[in-house]
Each structure stands twice: as C-alpha cells, then as structure tokens.
Design a binder for this molecule. Structure first.
Ligand SMILES: *[C@@H]1O[C@H](CO)[C@@H](O)[C@H](O)[C@H]1NC(C)=O
Ligand SMILES: *[C@@H]1O[C@H](CO)[C@@H](O)[C@H](O)[C@H]1NC(C)=O
Ligand SMILES: *[C@@H]1O[C@H](CO)[C@@H](O)[C@H](O)[C@H]1NC(C)=O
Ligand SMILES: *[C@@H]1O[C@H](CO)[C@@H](O)[C@H](O)[C@H]1NC(C)=O
Ligand SMILES: *[C@@H]1O[C@H](CO)[C@@H](O)[C@H](O)[C@H]1NC(C)=O
Ligand SMILES: *[C@@H]1O[C@H](CO)[C@@H](O)[C@H](O)[C@H]1NC(C)=O
Ligand SMILES: *[C@@H]1O[C@H](CO)[C@@H](O)[C@H](O)[C@H]1NC(C)=O
Ligand SMILES: *[C@@H]1O[C@H](CO)[C@@H](O)[C@H](O)[C@H]1NC(C)=O
Length: 788
C-alpha cells in the first residue's frame, strides 16, 4: 500500500480558495482598470488589503498586501526590488492579462503576467491573502502571487514544488534584505526541498542553515514537540511534486510565519492587537547545521559520537577543543559484507540529501536491502515514507530526550570480530599477565595503571555477545509508568535509600529496575543530564548498568538492568525470604574480588573519581551467575551539589558501614574502602556488622587475641576453603577498617593483593586503638597482631 496521498498534478495551478466573489466587489481589479495610489482592494472577508505603501522613513513606494488589523502588517510585496522612488504609483491590468505598476509619469516600474489572455482577465484579492489574475472566460489562472512569495507564509498557502513542463516550479519564502526596513531580496530562502525527502529547509545561498528532518505524516522528525502545536501541519506529495502548508487549529486566529533577514523563521499569531511570537527556528539553542560532523550527534548543545563503542572522534585533539566538524569514525572500518547495525534512538534523522525512500518495503526488507547494498550506511523506518536509506556519510543528527526516530547505522559486524577476539583475548591475557608480573616485580605501578583500562575494555567486548548493542536510552515518563504498572506497590522489589525500586516490564518484554528519586530543584537539569550521561557511560562487569533515565519536572527516574538477588538477601536472608543460600568459599572470594574490581573502576579507572558513599551488602547485586554488581553507583555524585535536599544521614552512608570520618561529613575514596572492609567481614562471617552489639571489628580482634581467628568464618560455610586465603582476606579487611583514612590501602592495592596472593601484606598496627573507639573487652585491649 502506498504510504502517500496521491498528488494532483494540477493542484498548484488550481490552488484557490474560492471566495464566492461578486464581480463588482471591492476585491477585484478588472481589465483596463487602474488602482490609484490612494485606493485599495479589500478581500471579501475584510482581513486583507492590497494597495500602495511606504516603509517607515523611506520615500520608496511599494505595492503590497497587508493584514488590515490591528495595523498594516505586510504579508506580500510585489515590487520589492523595484520600488517607486519618490512620488506615487498606480496599478494597471491590461486586457492581455499583464499587471503593471507605473509611477506618476506613466512609466512601467514593474510588471507581471502572461499576456496569454484571450478573454477578459481580472485580478482578485482572495480571502487567503493571495492575489490572482484570472481569465473570466476560461476560468484559467494566468498568474498568482503564490509564485513569488515574500518573507511571509500565510495559513493554507502551500510551500512546495512541482515539475511543470520539464522545469521545476518552486514555491518558497525569501527573507527581506533587512526585515522591516529594506524589502529587497535578502540572503535566505525557506522551502520544501525537492532534493531531500520532504524536509523544510532554510538556505543561505546554497548553504543549508536549518532543516526540520523528514516528514512522517504527522510531524517533522527533527521537531519533536509538534503534537501540541496551535497549528496543524499538512504535507501532500505525489509523483510530480509535494506541498506543505499549515492550518490554525482555531480558524479565528490569524497567523503569519516570517523568514527574517538573519535566517530565523518566526511564527506569530494575533491576540487582541498584538502579534505574539509563538515559535522560532533556528535560534541560539538550535545547533547549527552539521555542527558535529559526519556520524556526530548533537545532544543538548554538545557533540558525541554515534555510540561510544563502534565510533570515536576522528580528530580527538580537535574534539577536546570542541571543534567537532571532522566528526566521528568507526573503530573497526567496514570491510566485506558481514556487517551489522547499531541502533540509535530518539534522533533527528540525518540530512536526507543522500537518502532514498521506498514506501513499498517492509521494515525487514528495508534492513536486508540496506545490508546488501554496500553504499547504504544507515537506514530508518518511519511512518508515511517507509524505508529511508542513506547512501554514504550521514550528517546533522541530534538526539532528543523524547521523540525523534530510530536510526540504524552500519558497523563492522560483531560476529566477525568475535572470532578475532577468541584468538586475541587469550593471547593478550597471557601477554598482559606476563607484563603484570614483570611490572609488579619492578614496582612500576604507574605503568600498570596505563595498561589496565585496555584490558578491561577487551573483556567487556568479549562478553558482549549481542549483535545489536543496546544503548543508553531516554525514556519518556509514560513508558515508565506503563512498565511499572503506574508505580504500583506490587511492583516494588526493593527499598533504596532514596526511594522504592520498582520492577518494570518494557513493551518489548525486557525487564528493568526503576528507581524514582524526587528532587526539589528542577533547574540545573542540563548539568544533571550530563552527569547522568557520564554515569551511563560507566561500563564495567561489576557495576549495575544504568540503562536509561527520564526527567519529569520534580522527578528523576533511573532505569537499571534488573538483578536477581542482592548480597544481603543471600548472606542474611530477608523479611520475605528466610532461607539463606549457602555460599562456598570460592563464591565468597569471587564476590569480594568482583566488588573490589568494581570499586577500583569507580575510583580510578573510569577517567573520573567517583565516590560511591554507600557501599554495603544490599548495594551489591548478583546476576544469575552470581557475579557481583555494585548498584547505586554515583547517585551520590549526582547529588553532590544538591545534598541539602536530602538529610545528611542519607548521604552519610548506612549504619554499620560508615567510616569514622564520614560521620563528620568528610568524604573520600577511602570511606568507600572502609565500607568495603566491612563488607568483606560480613561475607566471611555471614552476619551483619550491626548484629553484634560491639561490632564485627571487635569480634575479629577478640578472635585474633584468642588465637581462633579461623572460627570467624560463617558456620554455614561448606566445601573446601583455604585457611591462608581466609586469613588474608581478614587481614585486608582490617587494613581497610583502620580509623585513619590515609592508613587504609587504595582499591588499587587491594585489587592487587586479592589477585596476587604472593604479594606480602603490610603488617597490622600494634594498637587496638588504631581501629578507633571500638568497644573492647579486657582481653581485646591486649591485642597482638602477630597471630594473623
Ligand atoms: C475597503 O475597505 C475600506 C475600509 O476598510 C473602505 O474605506 C474602502 O472603500 C474599501 N474599498 C473598496 C474598493 O471596497
Ligand atoms: C518614473 O520612472 C521613470 C523610469 O524609471 C523615471 O525615469 C522617472 O523619473 C520616474 N518619474 C517619477 C516622477 O518618479
Ligand atoms: C476565475 O473566473 C471564473 C469564471 O468567471 C470564476 O468562476 C472563478 O471564481 C475565478 N477565479 C478567481 C480566483 O477569481
Ligand atoms: C542589503 O543591505 C545591505 C546593507 O545592510 C546593502 O549593502 C545591500 O546593498 C543591500 N542589498 C540590496 C540588494 O539592496
Ligand atoms: C490572549 O491574551 C489574553 C490576555 O493577554 C490571554 O488571557 C489569552 O490567553 C491570550 N490568548 C492566546 C490564544 O494566547
Ligand atoms: C536572528 O535573531 C534572533 C533575535 O535576535 C535570534 O534569536 C536568532 O538566533 C537569530 N538567528 C540566527 C540564525 O542567528
Ligand atoms: C577484508 O578482510 C579480508 C580478511 O578478512 C581481507 O582479505 C580483505 O583484503 C579485506 N578487504 C579490504 C577491502 O580491506
Ligand atoms: C545501492 O542503491 C543505490 C540506490 O538504489 C544504487 O544506485 C546503487 O547502485 C546501489 N549500490 C550497490 C553497490 O548495489
């Protein structure tokens, strides 16, 4: 089924709003008649007048059409580049159909018309504000002002193009040289561009300034807020041409769209005696055309590459200096036919200058076609137009929080790479291990630091088996509302520090965890979005991935991947589930190592320092394979500037895990280290710190003194374990739990100790008071570290 309305070829020629004109009425100039300088034609509805006028302080005289009320507002000028200089003018319609403006000595200043009339022509000012010359015998239109619009587009007046006797007839609006002062032709035109796929485009000369994105039957793709517009937009298209016009929702309201001399189109409507500015584009907030270069995407005034994964800035140095014009390029160049597509949601689709559309193809045919044709770099499937395919570089994209369309961009296939990864990863792991051992021996830590991120990245690459990588999304509020059954209480799966966590099921069946935070300060949203984006970029196998968010006035909604379990449920049971899983030592040790690795990434390896602030068993979630994933990451960072919104206790962490300095509002990565130490002890003991009146640390110290430290381990611990590893973990935990933050190790050291058992741990301090003001029984006060 064709997706477009059929186009009537003669539409343009017959574009008339019949106003039932009475030939004697004041809206008609008959053949061989003159309209004198002081006379006007009135449209039948009284809204428009045609006559002569001056502009402000100029003596130049023009023939034009204006809105009569509340004061003359020009909507069309006949002789904009041929004014009558000094003196008055008159308008004459000759019997052959030529309309001419003469000055007061009878000289022709301007004329228009076909000279084709064999009958009796007449000029008529229509209710739509157009001037039409008509052959009253045949009814044929000889000329109309539509062919030569000024800077104003009136309601119901079509912009567009038609192929007419082998030539392209275009209807466009053109700016004045200086709006309001000099009506001679300016630099800008706005039109429905015949070389693109139904986009309204503003040009300066041949340079494109602004495009709306392709039409999808209801809206312009790059103009997401169109739905609640005060006017209705209409596009009609066919074999020979296409037209756009607008219709006010309320027909009693007068409108005009004006292309001003700096290239911005303004939309005004009349309220009382004021023209109210309703909308304008482009303006200061509109990204300039192609600002982010090929494959670059504008988001909220910034540029990013299509996806962090398959694309990177082509010129990284320029990019850092905010020169984005070179755009982005693929990490893996395209080669051969084995390509896949990555998905980009909520985008203003790229410039369609190099795109083709096909309304007959289905969505899957569209993908297959694009996959096969090696020049197809991206495709999209939108309403009305169907399959759009870009043959070559794509440019001028923007991403929105909501709206836009989904674009699929060709990238080198993952499957193809996976084979390579299978060979390269084991090889490189061996190489990296050898390097690490060498470096560790030589104690060149800072070098190690340089190599580490690469290793992490390869791992995530290798584990990412999806063909179609899922990216971070901006959800709209309604989607989340539906997914969580209107935040129904039955969907609550947990109670976070900042509010309940809901289980949500998206329309595609995917399950997510949804956290709703309220925030009293709606300003600074842009910064908040940037930070959310930063967080969304955090990618590590031991972090719960933030997959999307939504900002709705007072509320921020965060979406995460949904996890099965949390560590506290597993270790301590929960209100709902008393049975506790018996974890063996290997599993517990993996939990400790994974958590440590996630924290190291947060602290150092993501390119930023992010303090978690609330490391605890309930924030360590477990996937099906019992891999630990740290949750709630960096929420604290988001609210850093805004912490007054929440009580201090919310941000001071959780009882039982709070580092001593944290109670005084001092915060550093070492506070996370402290909390991590407590988590280690809880994993080993299988009990909460808070279930001991004097705390786990004093219990450990007591057991140490009594020479029975191995009894610290969970009584439910089954299977084999290593006394050495157990002791080593307790030793590390005690180092983490030291009172002085600077005495505590960094997550980097801890990771190394956990992975390389051969590295000797620093000795524990001699004084029990090193662990602060812990409640000690008499025995503990004579603490001796030698026993560990
Ligand atoms: C047009 O309307 C004005 C008043 O708005 C009136 O003075 C004038 O005579 C009318 N002209 C014609 C030709 O009807
Ligand atoms: C009328 O127009 C002619 C030709 O442009 C010009 O030479 C003449 O000076 C004009 N007359 C007046 C009174 O402006
Ligand atoms: C053109 O002339 C015909 C015949 O008189 C008439 O029916 C029609 O309304 C006229 N059109 C316009 C725009 O004046
Ligand atoms: C447009 O305005 C500029 C001054 O802003 C002037 O120099 C130029 O000649 C004008 N162009 C035309 C065609 O009148
Ligand atoms: C017009 O202005 C009045 C008062 O200024 C206001 O109440 C009304 O909402 C406005 N109407 C529109 C359509 O903007
Ligand atoms: C044109 O001027 C208006 C008002 O000063 C401004 O908002 C707009 O951004 C300008 N347009 C361009 C393309 O510079
Ligand atoms: C594409 O890769 C294959 C090996 O996978 C290689 O033989 C071929 O030369 C490459 N083609 C191009 C155009 O780089
Ligand atoms: C891709 O499609 C375009 C448009 O249909 C066509 O002109 C071009 O030849 C095709 N290229 C290949 C390699 O098939």
């Amino acid at each position: 089924m064709a997706r477009r309305e059929f186009f009537i070829a003669t539409f343009l020629l017959n574009f008339i709003i019949i106003n039932g004109s009475d030939p004697t009425a004041g809206n008609i100039l008959k053949a061989d008649e003159m309209l004198l300088d002081n006379q006007v034609l009135n449209s039948t509805n009284g809204i428009f007048q045609l006559g002569f006028f001056n502009i402000k302080n100029s003596k130049n005289r023009y023939l034009g059409i204006w809105y009569t009320n509340p004061y003359k507002t020009m909507v069309w000028i006949a002789n904009s580049d041929h004014p009558i200089i000094g003196g008055t003018g008159m308008l004459y319609l000759s019997p052959d159909g030529t309309l001419s403006i003469q000055n007061n000595t009878g000289q022709n200043i301007w004329s228009i018309g076909s000279q084709q009339s064999r009958g009796v022509p007449q000029a008529c000012l229509l209710d739509s504000g157009l001037l039409v010359i008509n052959d009253t015998k045949t009814g044929k239109i000889l000329w109309q002002s539509l062919y030569q619009l000024s800077d104003t587009l009136l309601p119901h007046v079509p912009l567009g193009y038609t192929k007419f006797l082998d030539s392209m007839l275009e209807i466009q609006i053109s700016s004045w040289n200086i709006t309001g002062i000099d009506p001679s032709p300016g630099q800008y035109v706005r039109k429905l561009d015949p070389s693109r796929l139904y986009e309204l485009v503003t040009f300066r000369g041949s340079d494109i300034i602004y495009r709306t994105g392709p039409w999808d039957g209801e809206r312009w793709n790059g103009f997401p807020k169109m739905n609640q517009d005060m006017v209705k937009f209409v596009v009609t298209a066919g074999e020979n041409g296409a037209y756009f016009w607008y219709e006010p929702q309320d027909p009693s309201i007068l409108w005009r769209w004006v292309l001003k001399s700096n290239g911005t189109t303004y939309r005004y409507y009349l309220n009382g005696s004021d023209w109210v500015e309703y909308w304008k584009a482009p303006d200061e907030s509109t990204p300039s055309y192609a600002v982010c270069g090929p494959y670059g995407i504008n988001f909220d005034g910034d540029c990013k590459c299509c996806m962090d994964d398959p694309f990177h800035p082509k010129n990284g140095k320029d990019w850092k200096n905010r020169i984005f014009s070179e755009g982005c390029e693929r990490n893996v160049p395209l080669n051969g036919t084995n390509h896949g597509f990555v998905t980009l949601r909520h985008v203003k689709l790229p410039d369609t200058i190099n795109a083709v559309s096909d309304g007959e193809k289905s969505r899957s045919e569209c993908e297959r076609w694009c996959q096969k044709n090696l020049s197809c770099m991206a495709y999209a499937y939108i309403r009305w137009q169907g399959c759009l395919a870009w043959l070559g570089e794509i440019i001028d994209m923007e991403q929105f929080l909501d709206g836009g369309d989904t674009l699929y961009i060709r990238v080198a296939s993952k499957r193809h790479n996976r084979k390579l990864v299978l060979i390269i990863v084991p090889l490189s792991i061996v190489v990296v291990l050898i390097l690490v051992v060498i470096l560790v021996r030589k104690k060149i830590w800072w070098l190690f630091r340089k190599y580490r991120p690469a290793a992490v990245e390869q791992e995530t690459y290798a584990t990412n088996g999806q063909e179609d990588i899922r990216f971070f999304e901006f959800f709209d509020f309604d989607t989340i509302k539906v997914a969580t059954n209107n935040f129904s209480a039955t969907n609550i799966i947990g109670e976070g520090q900042l509010g309940p966590v809901y289980k949500g099921v998206l329309q595609n069946g995917e399950t997510i965890a949804v956290k709703k935070l309220s925030r009293s300060a709606p300003n600074g949203n842009k910064q908040l979005r940037n930070e959310l984006q930063l967080l969304a970029r955090l990618k590590h196998r031991n972090l719960v991935k933030l997959t999307g968010f939504c900002i709705q006035q007072q509320e921020i909604i965060l979406c995460f991947e949904l996890m099965q379990n949390s560590l506290d449920q597993l270790l301590f049971g929960t209100r709902h589930r008393e049975e506790v899983l018996e974890l063996n030592w290997e599993q517990r040790s993996r939990l400790i190592q994974g958590t440590a690795s996630g924290l190291l990434y947060l602290h150092e390896e993501n390119g930023d320092t992010i303090i978690h602030r609330d490391v605890k068993a309930s924030n360590i979630l477990l996937d099906q394979k019992m891999n630990p994933k740290i949750a709630d990451l960096g929420i604290s960072k988001l609210f850093q500037e805004d912490r007054s919104v929440f009580t201090v206790s919310t941000f001071g962490g959780t009882r039982g895990y709070i580092a001593p300095e944290q109670q005084h509002g001092m915060m550093s990565t070492k506070s996370d280290v402290y909390s991590f130490g407590m988590v280690i002890l809880e994993i080993i003991r299988g009990k909460r710190n808070t279930s001991y009146p004097s705390g786990l640390v004093s219990l450990v110290l007591r057991y140490l003194n009594e020479g029975r430290i191995l009894e610290l381990k969970d009584t439910r611990l089954r299977g084999p374990w290593s006394d050495g590893e157990l002791k080593r973990c307790i030793h590390i935990a005690l180092l983490c739990l030291l009172e002085e933050p600077h005495m505590r190790p960094s997550m980097r050291q801890i990771n190394l100790w956990l992975t390389c058992q051969s590295i000797e741990l620093p000795p524990l301090p001699d004084q029990a008071s090193s662990w602060g003001n812990i409640v000690m029984d008499p025995l503990t006060s004579v603490y001796s570290s030698a026993l560990l």
